[in-house]
Design a protein around this ligand. Sequence first.
Ligand code: ARG
Ligand code: ZN
Length: 466
Amino acid sequence: PGNIADAPVTTPSAAGAATPSPAASATGTATQATAGAPGIGDPDFPTDGNGGYDVARYRLKLDYDPGTEHLKGTAVLEARTLQSLSRFNLDLSGLKVESVAVNDRAARFTRSGTELTVIPATPLASGTDFTVRVAYSGTPEPIRDADDLGVYGFIRTSDGAFVTCEPNGAKTWFPGNDHPADKARFEFEITVPEGLVVLANGEQVGEPRTSGGKTTFVWREDHPMATYLATMTLGEFVLKEGKTPGGIRNLAATDPKFRRSLNKVYDLSAKITDYWSTVFGDYPFSSTGGVVDDFATGYALENQTKPMYGGFHPDEGIIAHELAHQWFGNSVSIKRWRDLWLNEGFATYAEWLWNEHTGKGTAEAAFNGYYQTEDDPMWAYPPGRARPGDLFNNSVYTRGAMTLHALRQRVGDPAFFKILRTWAEERKYGHGTTDDFVALAERLSGKELDSLFDVWLFQPERPADW
Ligand code: ARG
Ligand code: ZN
Protein backbone atom coordinates (compact mmCIF):
# COMPACT_ATOMS: atom_id res chain seq x y z
CA PRO A 1 0.00 0.00 0.00
CA GLY A 2 0.89 3.59 0.24
CA ASN A 3 1.80 4.44 -3.34
CA ILE A 4 0.05 7.70 -2.82
CA ALA A 5 1.51 11.16 -3.08
CA ASP A 6 2.51 12.82 0.16
CA ALA A 7 0.20 15.70 0.83
CA PRO A 8 1.66 18.70 2.61
CA VAL A 9 0.21 19.37 6.02
CA THR A 10 -1.48 22.54 4.82
CA THR A 11 -3.53 20.67 2.21
CA PRO A 12 -7.05 20.17 3.49
CA SER A 13 -7.80 16.50 3.94
CA ALA A 14 -11.27 15.03 4.00
CA ALA A 15 -11.64 16.45 7.49
CA GLY A 16 -12.55 20.05 7.02
CA ALA A 17 -12.55 20.86 10.72
CA ALA A 18 -9.07 19.56 11.42
CA THR A 19 -6.44 22.19 12.01
CA PRO A 20 -2.93 21.64 10.70
CA SER A 21 -0.44 20.35 13.20
CA PRO A 22 2.79 22.23 13.78
CA ALA A 23 6.01 21.35 12.04
CA ALA A 24 7.21 17.94 13.09
CA SER A 25 10.33 17.43 15.05
CA ALA A 26 9.57 13.74 15.33
CA THR A 27 11.29 12.99 12.05
CA GLY A 28 14.49 14.46 13.41
CA THR A 29 14.65 16.83 10.47
CA ALA A 30 13.34 20.27 9.80
CA THR A 31 10.74 18.99 7.33
CA GLN A 32 7.08 19.23 8.15
CA ALA A 33 5.10 16.14 8.93
CA THR A 34 2.68 15.30 6.15
CA ALA A 35 -0.99 14.41 6.18
CA GLY A 36 -1.93 10.89 5.15
CA ALA A 37 -4.12 10.77 2.06
CA PRO A 38 -7.82 9.89 2.49
CA GLY A 39 -7.47 7.08 -0.09
CA ILE A 40 -4.87 4.36 -0.66
CA GLY A 41 -4.50 5.24 -4.33
CA ASP A 42 -7.06 3.08 -6.13
CA PRO A 43 -8.02 5.25 -9.12
CA ASP A 44 -11.55 3.82 -9.27
CA PHE A 45 -12.25 4.01 -5.52
CA PRO A 46 -10.41 7.18 -4.56
CA THR A 47 -11.49 7.34 -0.91
CA ASP A 48 -11.20 3.60 -0.18
CA GLY A 49 -8.34 2.72 2.13
CA ASN A 50 -5.98 5.42 3.30
CA GLY A 51 -2.47 6.60 2.59
CA GLY A 52 0.60 6.87 4.75
CA TYR A 53 0.53 3.75 6.87
CA ASP A 54 0.30 -0.02 6.70
CA VAL A 55 -1.77 -2.01 9.19
CA ALA A 56 -0.11 -5.17 10.53
CA ARG A 57 -2.87 -6.30 12.87
CA TYR A 58 -6.43 -5.46 13.87
CA ARG A 59 -7.59 -6.34 17.36
CA LEU A 60 -11.37 -6.04 17.48
CA LYS A 61 -13.05 -6.32 20.87
CA LEU A 62 -16.75 -5.99 20.26
CA ASP A 63 -20.07 -6.65 21.94
CA TYR A 64 -23.18 -7.10 19.80
CA ASP A 65 -26.74 -7.68 20.90
CA PRO A 66 -29.18 -8.66 18.12
CA GLY A 67 -32.06 -7.61 20.41
CA THR A 68 -30.98 -3.97 20.55
CA GLU A 69 -28.92 -4.08 17.32
CA HIS A 70 -26.24 -2.32 19.30
CA LEU A 71 -22.52 -2.80 18.63
CA LYS A 72 -19.97 -1.48 21.08
CA GLY A 73 -16.28 -1.93 21.58
CA THR A 74 -12.79 -1.03 20.57
CA ALA A 75 -10.64 -1.54 17.53
CA VAL A 76 -6.89 -1.46 18.02
CA LEU A 77 -4.78 -1.17 14.89
CA GLU A 78 -1.10 -2.03 15.04
CA ALA A 79 0.43 -0.22 12.11
CA ARG A 80 3.59 1.28 10.65
CA THR A 81 3.97 4.69 9.11
CA LEU A 82 5.06 4.92 5.47
CA GLN A 83 5.66 8.67 5.72
CA SER A 84 5.66 11.20 8.52
CA LEU A 85 2.08 11.74 9.63
CA SER A 86 0.65 14.89 11.10
CA ARG A 87 -2.73 13.20 10.71
CA PHE A 88 -4.10 10.13 9.00
CA ASN A 89 -7.44 8.66 8.05
CA LEU A 90 -9.40 5.54 8.83
CA ASP A 91 -12.52 4.39 6.97
CA LEU A 92 -15.67 4.12 9.07
CA SER A 93 -19.31 4.23 7.97
CA GLY A 94 -21.88 5.34 10.53
CA LEU A 95 -21.40 4.46 14.23
CA LYS A 96 -20.34 6.88 16.93
CA VAL A 97 -16.68 7.34 17.76
CA GLU A 98 -16.25 7.84 21.48
CA SER A 99 -12.51 8.29 21.69
CA VAL A 100 -9.30 7.78 19.75
CA ALA A 101 -5.83 7.22 21.16
CA VAL A 102 -2.56 6.99 19.27
CA ASN A 103 0.25 5.21 21.10
CA ASP A 104 -2.00 5.34 24.18
CA ARG A 105 -2.29 9.14 24.09
CA ALA A 106 -5.62 10.77 23.43
CA ALA A 107 -5.87 12.04 19.87
CA ARG A 108 -8.22 14.50 18.23
CA PHE A 109 -10.41 13.27 15.42
CA THR A 110 -12.92 14.56 12.92
CA ARG A 111 -15.38 12.83 10.64
CA SER A 112 -16.55 13.56 7.14
CA GLY A 113 -18.56 11.00 5.18
CA THR A 114 -16.83 7.67 5.70
CA GLU A 115 -13.46 9.26 6.53
CA LEU A 116 -12.37 9.36 10.16
CA THR A 117 -9.35 11.67 10.42
CA VAL A 118 -7.08 11.18 13.41
CA ILE A 119 -4.74 13.94 14.57
CA PRO A 120 -2.19 12.50 16.99
CA ALA A 121 -0.95 14.72 19.82
CA THR A 122 2.47 14.72 18.20
CA PRO A 123 3.18 13.81 14.58
CA LEU A 124 4.42 10.32 13.80
CA ALA A 125 7.82 9.86 12.20
CA SER A 126 8.17 7.95 8.96
CA GLY A 127 8.93 4.24 9.26
CA THR A 128 7.81 3.75 12.86
CA ASP A 129 5.34 1.41 14.48
CA PHE A 130 2.29 2.89 16.17
CA THR A 131 -1.07 1.86 17.58
CA VAL A 132 -4.46 3.46 17.19
CA ARG A 133 -7.27 2.61 19.56
CA VAL A 134 -10.80 3.61 18.55
CA ALA A 135 -13.67 3.20 21.00
CA TYR A 136 -16.99 3.24 19.18
CA SER A 137 -20.62 2.13 19.29
CA GLY A 138 -23.91 2.27 17.48
CA THR A 139 -26.14 0.31 15.13
CA PRO A 140 -24.16 -0.90 12.13
CA GLU A 141 -25.88 -0.26 8.81
CA PRO A 142 -24.86 -2.19 5.72
CA ILE A 143 -24.15 -0.39 2.47
CA ARG A 144 -27.14 -0.63 0.14
CA ASP A 145 -27.41 -0.47 -3.63
CA ALA A 146 -24.21 1.46 -4.18
CA ASP A 147 -23.39 1.03 -7.87
CA ASP A 148 -25.28 -2.24 -8.34
CA LEU A 149 -23.40 -3.93 -5.54
CA GLY A 150 -26.52 -4.91 -3.61
CA VAL A 151 -26.42 -4.97 0.18
CA TYR A 152 -23.09 -5.70 1.82
CA GLY A 153 -21.25 -5.12 5.05
CA PHE A 154 -22.73 -5.83 8.47
CA ILE A 155 -26.15 -7.23 7.49
CA ARG A 156 -28.63 -7.94 10.27
CA THR A 157 -30.48 -11.25 10.20
CA SER A 158 -33.43 -12.40 12.30
CA ASP A 159 -31.06 -13.96 14.86
CA GLY A 160 -27.83 -12.02 14.45
CA ALA A 161 -25.76 -10.81 11.52
CA PHE A 162 -24.38 -12.02 8.21
CA VAL A 163 -21.16 -10.08 7.76
CA THR A 164 -19.94 -10.12 4.15
CA CYS A 165 -18.14 -6.98 3.04
CA GLU A 166 -16.82 -7.12 -0.50
CA PRO A 167 -15.76 -4.68 -1.81
CA ASN A 168 -15.64 -1.98 0.86
CA GLY A 169 -18.13 -2.80 3.61
CA ALA A 170 -15.70 -3.59 6.43
CA LYS A 171 -16.05 0.05 7.38
CA THR A 172 -19.65 -0.67 8.40
CA TRP A 173 -18.39 -2.48 11.51
CA PHE A 174 -14.81 -1.47 12.27
CA PRO A 175 -12.52 1.47 11.53
CA GLY A 176 -9.62 0.52 9.28
CA ASN A 177 -7.75 0.74 6.05
CA ASP A 178 -10.58 -0.71 4.00
CA HIS A 179 -8.87 -1.78 0.80
CA PRO A 180 -7.27 -5.11 -0.24
CA ALA A 181 -3.94 -3.34 -0.93
CA ASP A 182 -3.38 -3.32 2.86
CA LYS A 183 -3.74 -6.80 4.31
CA ALA A 184 -3.30 -7.50 8.01
CA ARG A 185 -3.66 -10.17 10.67
CA PHE A 186 -6.81 -10.13 12.81
CA GLU A 187 -7.85 -10.94 16.36
CA PHE A 188 -11.52 -10.96 17.29
CA GLU A 189 -12.92 -10.98 20.80
CA ILE A 190 -16.66 -10.89 20.31
CA THR A 191 -19.35 -11.01 22.97
CA VAL A 192 -22.96 -11.93 22.22
CA PRO A 193 -25.98 -13.06 24.22
CA GLU A 194 -25.58 -16.58 25.57
CA GLY A 195 -26.83 -19.22 23.13
CA LEU A 196 -25.59 -17.49 20.00
CA VAL A 197 -22.51 -18.49 18.03
CA VAL A 198 -19.90 -16.15 16.54
CA LEU A 199 -18.05 -17.23 13.40
CA ALA A 200 -14.98 -15.17 12.56
CA ASN A 201 -11.92 -15.96 10.46
CA GLY A 202 -9.12 -18.36 11.24
CA GLU A 203 -9.13 -20.39 14.41
CA GLN A 204 -11.04 -20.18 17.63
CA VAL A 205 -8.76 -19.55 20.61
CA GLY A 206 -9.86 -21.52 23.64
CA GLU A 207 -13.43 -22.32 24.53
CA PRO A 208 -16.10 -19.61 24.49
CA ARG A 209 -16.46 -18.05 27.98
CA THR A 210 -19.92 -17.37 29.38
CA SER A 211 -20.80 -15.12 32.27
CA GLY A 212 -23.78 -12.96 33.14
CA GLY A 213 -25.81 -14.24 30.19
CA LYS A 214 -23.17 -13.33 27.63
CA THR A 215 -20.65 -15.45 25.76
CA THR A 216 -17.32 -14.27 24.42
CA PHE A 217 -15.73 -15.93 21.39
CA VAL A 218 -12.08 -15.37 20.53
CA TRP A 219 -10.93 -15.99 16.98
CA ARG A 220 -7.60 -15.33 15.33
CA GLU A 221 -6.58 -15.13 11.69
CA ASP A 222 -2.80 -15.30 11.64
CA HIS A 223 -2.38 -14.93 7.89
CA PRO A 224 -2.65 -11.59 6.15
CA MET A 225 -6.25 -10.83 5.21
CA ALA A 226 -7.99 -8.13 3.19
CA THR A 227 -10.53 -6.20 5.25
CA TYR A 228 -13.46 -7.27 3.04
CA LEU A 229 -12.81 -10.90 3.98
CA ALA A 230 -13.12 -10.31 7.71
CA THR A 231 -16.36 -11.48 9.32
CA MET A 232 -18.17 -11.74 12.62
CA THR A 233 -21.22 -13.59 11.38
CA LEU A 234 -23.34 -14.52 14.36
CA GLY A 235 -26.63 -16.10 15.31
CA GLU A 236 -28.00 -19.57 15.91
CA PHE A 237 -25.89 -22.16 14.15
CA VAL A 238 -25.43 -25.91 14.07
CA LEU A 239 -21.81 -26.91 13.65
CA LYS A 240 -19.78 -29.80 12.36
CA GLU A 241 -16.04 -29.82 12.96
CA GLY A 242 -13.20 -32.12 12.04
CA LYS A 243 -10.50 -32.52 9.44
CA THR A 244 -10.48 -33.12 5.72
CA PRO A 245 -9.06 -36.47 4.56
CA GLY A 246 -5.98 -34.42 3.58
CA GLY A 247 -5.60 -33.21 7.18
CA ILE A 248 -6.91 -29.62 7.01
CA ARG A 249 -9.17 -28.41 9.82
CA ASN A 250 -12.73 -28.12 8.56
CA LEU A 251 -15.72 -26.32 10.05
CA ALA A 252 -19.19 -26.25 8.59
CA ALA A 253 -21.96 -24.20 10.16
CA THR A 254 -25.54 -23.64 9.12
CA ASP A 255 -28.45 -21.68 10.42
CA PRO A 256 -30.94 -24.25 11.82
CA LYS A 257 -33.19 -23.59 8.79
CA PHE A 258 -30.42 -24.87 6.54
CA ARG A 259 -29.47 -27.84 8.68
CA ARG A 260 -30.03 -30.29 5.87
CA SER A 261 -26.98 -28.77 4.13
CA LEU A 262 -24.66 -29.24 7.09
CA ASN A 263 -23.14 -32.57 6.11
CA LYS A 264 -23.05 -31.66 2.45
CA VAL A 265 -21.22 -28.37 3.07
CA TYR A 266 -18.82 -30.15 5.40
CA ASP A 267 -18.08 -33.03 3.03
CA LEU A 268 -17.87 -31.01 -0.18
CA SER A 269 -15.72 -28.30 1.42
CA ALA A 270 -13.34 -31.02 2.57
CA LYS A 271 -13.22 -32.82 -0.76
CA ILE A 272 -12.85 -29.65 -2.80
CA THR A 273 -10.21 -28.07 -0.53
CA ASP A 274 -8.16 -31.25 -0.75
CA TYR A 275 -8.53 -31.38 -4.52
CA TRP A 276 -7.57 -27.73 -5.02
CA SER A 277 -4.50 -28.40 -2.89
CA THR A 278 -3.36 -30.89 -5.53
CA VAL A 279 -4.14 -28.50 -8.41
CA PHE A 280 -3.17 -25.05 -7.03
CA GLY A 281 -0.60 -26.03 -4.37
CA ASP A 282 -0.78 -26.36 -0.59
CA TYR A 283 -3.82 -24.79 1.08
CA PRO A 284 -2.63 -21.36 2.26
CA PHE A 285 -4.65 -21.11 5.50
CA SER A 286 -5.14 -22.99 8.75
CA SER A 287 -8.68 -24.24 8.14
CA THR A 288 -11.42 -24.53 5.57
CA GLY A 289 -15.18 -24.88 5.68
CA GLY A 290 -18.39 -23.05 4.93
CA VAL A 291 -21.21 -21.16 6.62
CA VAL A 292 -24.83 -21.10 5.47
CA ASP A 293 -26.94 -18.35 6.98
CA ASP A 294 -30.57 -17.39 6.64
CA PHE A 295 -30.50 -14.24 4.54
CA ALA A 296 -31.56 -13.05 1.09
CA THR A 297 -31.02 -15.58 -1.66
CA GLY A 298 -28.07 -15.80 -3.91
CA TYR A 299 -25.22 -14.10 -2.14
CA ALA A 300 -21.94 -15.82 -1.39
CA LEU A 301 -18.58 -14.50 -0.29
CA GLU A 302 -15.21 -16.17 0.07
CA ASN A 303 -14.53 -14.92 3.63
CA GLN A 304 -11.02 -16.08 4.51
CA THR A 305 -11.10 -19.68 5.84
CA LYS A 306 -14.94 -19.50 5.98
CA PRO A 307 -16.84 -18.93 2.76
CA MET A 308 -20.38 -17.76 3.49
CA TYR A 309 -23.52 -18.63 1.62
CA GLY A 310 -26.55 -16.44 2.24
CA GLY A 311 -30.03 -17.87 2.07
CA PHE A 312 -29.60 -20.91 -0.17
CA HIS A 313 -28.31 -24.46 -0.11
CA PRO A 314 -24.94 -24.22 -1.89
CA ASP A 315 -24.13 -26.72 -4.62
CA GLU A 316 -20.67 -27.95 -5.48
CA GLY A 317 -20.14 -25.37 -8.21
CA ILE A 318 -20.33 -22.44 -5.84
CA ILE A 319 -18.39 -24.24 -3.13
CA ALA A 320 -15.66 -24.95 -5.69
CA HIS A 321 -15.75 -21.25 -6.61
CA GLU A 322 -15.52 -19.83 -3.08
CA LEU A 323 -12.80 -22.28 -2.05
CA ALA A 324 -10.71 -21.48 -5.16
CA HIS A 325 -10.78 -17.86 -3.94
CA GLN A 326 -8.77 -18.94 -0.90
CA TRP A 327 -5.81 -19.18 -3.30
CA PHE A 328 -6.93 -16.57 -5.83
CA GLY A 329 -8.14 -13.42 -4.12
CA ASN A 330 -7.46 -14.24 -0.49
CA SER A 331 -3.88 -15.50 -0.43
CA VAL A 332 -2.92 -13.71 -3.67
CA SER A 333 -4.83 -10.44 -3.55
CA ILE A 334 -5.48 -7.62 -5.94
CA LYS A 335 -4.03 -4.14 -5.43
CA ARG A 336 -6.73 -2.35 -7.39
CA TRP A 337 -10.34 -3.33 -7.93
CA ARG A 338 -10.00 -3.06 -11.72
CA ASP A 339 -7.91 -6.28 -11.60
CA LEU A 340 -10.85 -8.22 -10.11
CA TRP A 341 -10.77 -10.81 -12.93
CA LEU A 342 -7.69 -12.19 -11.13
CA ASN A 343 -10.16 -13.23 -8.40
CA GLU A 344 -13.41 -13.89 -10.22
CA GLY A 345 -12.09 -15.19 -13.54
CA PHE A 346 -9.89 -17.67 -11.67
CA ALA A 347 -12.66 -18.81 -9.31
CA THR A 348 -15.06 -19.22 -12.23
CA TYR A 349 -12.45 -21.20 -14.15
CA ALA A 350 -12.10 -23.35 -11.05
CA GLU A 351 -15.81 -24.22 -11.36
CA TRP A 352 -15.07 -25.49 -14.88
CA LEU A 353 -12.09 -27.44 -13.58
CA TRP A 354 -14.27 -28.99 -10.89
CA ASN A 355 -16.78 -30.10 -13.54
CA GLU A 356 -13.92 -31.52 -15.56
CA HIS A 357 -12.61 -33.40 -12.52
CA THR A 358 -16.03 -34.84 -11.69
CA GLY A 359 -16.88 -35.81 -15.26
CA LYS A 360 -19.58 -33.17 -15.69
CA GLY A 361 -18.17 -31.58 -18.81
CA THR A 362 -14.90 -30.05 -19.90
CA ALA A 363 -13.67 -26.48 -19.56
CA GLU A 364 -13.33 -26.59 -23.35
CA ALA A 365 -17.05 -27.27 -23.70
CA ALA A 366 -17.89 -24.42 -21.30
CA PHE A 367 -15.60 -22.09 -23.24
CA ASN A 368 -17.14 -23.12 -26.57
CA GLY A 369 -20.65 -22.67 -25.26
CA TYR A 370 -20.01 -19.09 -24.20
CA TYR A 371 -17.93 -18.28 -27.26
CA GLN A 372 -20.80 -19.24 -29.57
CA THR A 373 -23.10 -16.60 -28.13
CA GLU A 374 -22.20 -13.69 -30.34
CA ASP A 375 -24.55 -11.16 -28.79
CA ASP A 376 -23.54 -11.71 -25.16
CA PRO A 377 -23.15 -8.33 -23.38
CA MET A 378 -19.83 -9.49 -21.96
CA TRP A 379 -18.17 -8.89 -25.34
CA ALA A 380 -18.69 -5.15 -24.84
CA TYR A 381 -17.19 -5.21 -21.33
CA PRO A 382 -13.42 -5.84 -21.21
CA PRO A 383 -12.91 -7.91 -18.06
CA GLY A 384 -9.32 -6.75 -17.53
CA ARG A 385 -10.61 -3.44 -16.32
CA ALA A 386 -13.50 -4.02 -13.93
CA ARG A 387 -15.61 -0.86 -13.70
CA PRO A 388 -16.38 0.79 -10.39
CA GLY A 389 -20.06 1.17 -11.34
CA ASP A 390 -20.39 -2.46 -12.42
CA LEU A 391 -17.60 -4.27 -10.62
CA PHE A 392 -19.09 -7.75 -10.56
CA ASN A 393 -20.24 -7.81 -14.17
CA ASN A 394 -20.57 -11.30 -15.64
CA SER A 395 -17.67 -10.51 -17.98
CA VAL A 396 -15.26 -10.30 -15.04
CA TYR A 397 -16.34 -13.84 -14.12
CA THR A 398 -17.06 -15.60 -17.40
CA ARG A 399 -14.89 -13.77 -19.91
CA GLY A 400 -12.21 -13.72 -17.22
CA ALA A 401 -12.44 -17.52 -17.05
CA MET A 402 -12.42 -17.73 -20.84
CA THR A 403 -9.17 -15.73 -20.81
CA LEU A 404 -7.60 -18.47 -18.73
CA HIS A 405 -8.94 -21.10 -21.07
CA ALA A 406 -7.49 -19.26 -24.08
CA LEU A 407 -4.17 -19.25 -22.22
CA ARG A 408 -4.46 -22.97 -21.51
CA GLN A 409 -5.16 -23.72 -25.18
CA ARG A 410 -2.12 -21.69 -26.22
CA VAL A 411 0.46 -22.97 -23.72
CA GLY A 412 -0.82 -26.51 -23.08
CA ASP A 413 -1.81 -28.18 -19.83
CA PRO A 414 1.62 -28.64 -18.20
CA ALA A 415 2.61 -24.98 -18.61
CA PHE A 416 -0.90 -23.75 -17.76
CA PHE A 417 -1.15 -25.56 -14.44
CA LYS A 418 2.43 -24.63 -13.62
CA ILE A 419 1.48 -20.98 -14.17
CA LEU A 420 -1.49 -21.26 -11.78
CA ARG A 421 0.58 -23.02 -9.11
CA THR A 422 3.48 -20.62 -9.44
CA TRP A 423 1.15 -17.62 -9.22
CA ALA A 424 -0.25 -18.99 -5.96
CA GLU A 425 3.16 -19.92 -4.57
CA GLU A 426 5.26 -16.89 -5.53
CA ARG A 427 2.66 -14.39 -4.37
CA LYS A 428 1.34 -16.32 -1.39
CA TYR A 429 -0.08 -13.91 1.26
CA GLY A 430 0.76 -10.99 -1.01
CA HIS A 431 -0.53 -9.26 -4.10
CA GLY A 432 -0.41 -9.54 -7.85
CA THR A 433 -1.48 -7.37 -10.78
CA THR A 434 -2.63 -8.29 -14.28
CA ASP A 435 0.78 -7.23 -15.63
CA ASP A 436 2.45 -9.53 -13.10
CA PHE A 437 0.30 -12.43 -14.28
CA VAL A 438 1.00 -11.82 -17.96
CA ALA A 439 4.73 -11.62 -17.22
CA LEU A 440 4.61 -14.91 -15.29
CA ALA A 441 2.66 -16.66 -18.07
CA GLU A 442 5.22 -15.49 -20.63
CA ARG A 443 8.15 -16.48 -18.45
CA LEU A 444 6.88 -20.00 -17.77
CA SER A 445 5.55 -20.71 -21.25
CA GLY A 446 8.35 -19.03 -23.20
CA LYS A 447 5.65 -17.54 -25.44
CA GLU A 448 4.76 -13.97 -26.33
CA LEU A 449 1.22 -13.55 -25.03
CA ASP A 450 0.54 -9.82 -25.30
CA SER A 451 -2.04 -10.09 -28.04
CA LEU A 452 -3.85 -13.00 -26.40
CA PHE A 453 -4.29 -11.08 -23.17
CA ASP A 454 -5.03 -7.87 -25.03
CA VAL A 455 -7.97 -9.22 -27.02
CA TRP A 456 -9.36 -11.25 -24.12
CA LEU A 457 -8.95 -8.70 -21.34
CA PHE A 458 -8.92 -5.26 -22.88
CA GLN A 459 -10.90 -5.09 -26.13
CA PRO A 460 -14.62 -4.22 -26.11
CA GLU A 461 -15.53 -6.94 -28.59
CA ARG A 462 -15.61 -10.69 -28.98
CA PRO A 463 -12.05 -11.88 -29.70
CA ALA A 464 -11.62 -13.23 -33.23
CA ASP A 465 -7.98 -14.39 -33.26
CA TRP A 466 -5.45 -14.58 -30.49
N1 ARG B 1 -16.77 -12.43 -4.50
C1 ARG B 1 -18.14 -12.85 -4.45
C2 ARG B 1 -18.25 -14.11 -5.28
O1 ARG B 1 -17.85 -14.13 -6.41
C3 ARG B 1 -19.10 -11.83 -4.96
C4 ARG B 1 -19.30 -10.64 -4.08
C5 ARG B 1 -20.27 -9.65 -4.67
N2 ARG B 1 -20.32 -8.46 -3.85
C6 ARG B 1 -21.30 -7.60 -3.89
N3 ARG B 1 -21.28 -6.55 -3.06
N4 ARG B 1 -22.32 -7.76 -4.68
O2 ARG B 1 -18.70 -15.10 -4.81
ZN1 ZN C 1 -16.11 -15.11 -6.71
